[in-house]
Design a protein around this ligand. Structure first.
Ligand code: 5GP
Length: 211
């Protein structure tokens, strides 16, 4: 039986999910679904590696052609996951990672109920703000917008399957690998990260109220 899994990873920007995923990819064979976006390329990013950078017209044509597994608007730009490569890799038996914001995550769950949704939490809202300011890629107005969105995404994380705290990158990588391996093996090692676990709910509340 082909047991390849589709993992959806979400985290507000500035949560360190890029670093976590890089380390996970170094340890595990996975296909990373490269999204399309209409936002501008940032310094250090590469076409086809971080994103496929497309025009609004190209993106809208892809919506009309039903090329996306999911898509959403974020900070006035479009982001979407091309469907074909995801299903090609799952059919070949390779686990797939989609890195999307929560609206996209819920769209994936609706279309593909076997998808496993994992949310990465920052240690606190204050720490998230500090990281966004230090990153220096966004203007104060954009940071304000991202923080507002982050708050609402963290509130939605209750509806994800698993939640991982990123207060230490290496620990977060280990925790994410535990979730992935436990889901694949069908055992209960991942329960402590599950949103069915009371401690996980308390953790989400702590991060939200620590604003
Ligand atoms: P950024 O502009 O910081 O790269 O990404 C902004 C947000 O868009 C992040 O929360 C990221 O996870 C999300 N994102 C990236 N690709 C996709 C996608 O294909 N679909 C959706 N729905 N969100 C995405």
């Amino acid at each position: 039986m082909n047991s390849a899994k589709l993992f959806v990873i979400s985290a507000p920007s500035g949560c360190g999910k890029g670093t976590i995923l890089e380390k996970v990819f170094a340890k595990k064979e996975l296909f990373f679904s490269v999204s399309c976006t209409t936002r501008e390329i940032r310094p250090g990013e590469k076409e086809g590696v971080n994103y496929h950078y497309v025009t609004r017209k190209q993106f809208e044509k892809m919506i009309d052609d039903r090329d996306f597994l999911e898509f959403a608007r974020y900070s006035d730009e479009y982001y979407g996951s091309p469907k074909a490569p995801v299903f090609e890799h799952l059919a070949r038996g390779t686990d797939v990672i989609l890195e999307v914001e929560v609206e996209g995550g819920f769209q994936v769950r609706e279309k593909f109920s076997e998808a496993v949704l994992v949310f990465i939490l920052p240690p606190s809202m204050k720490e998230l703000e500090r990281r966004l300011v230090n990153r220096g890629t966004d203007k104060p107005e954009a940071i304000k917008k991202r923080l507002k969105r982050a708050g609402s995404e963290i509130r939605s994380s209750y509806r994800y399957d698993y939640v991982i705290l990123n207060d230490d990158v290496d620990k977060a990588v280990e925790d994410l690998l535990t979730v992935m391996e436990s889901v694949r093996a069908g055992d209960d090692r991942a329960f402590r990260f599950s949103t069915k676990c009371d401690d996980t709910i308390k953790l989400i509340e702590k991060v939200i109220t620590n604003a």
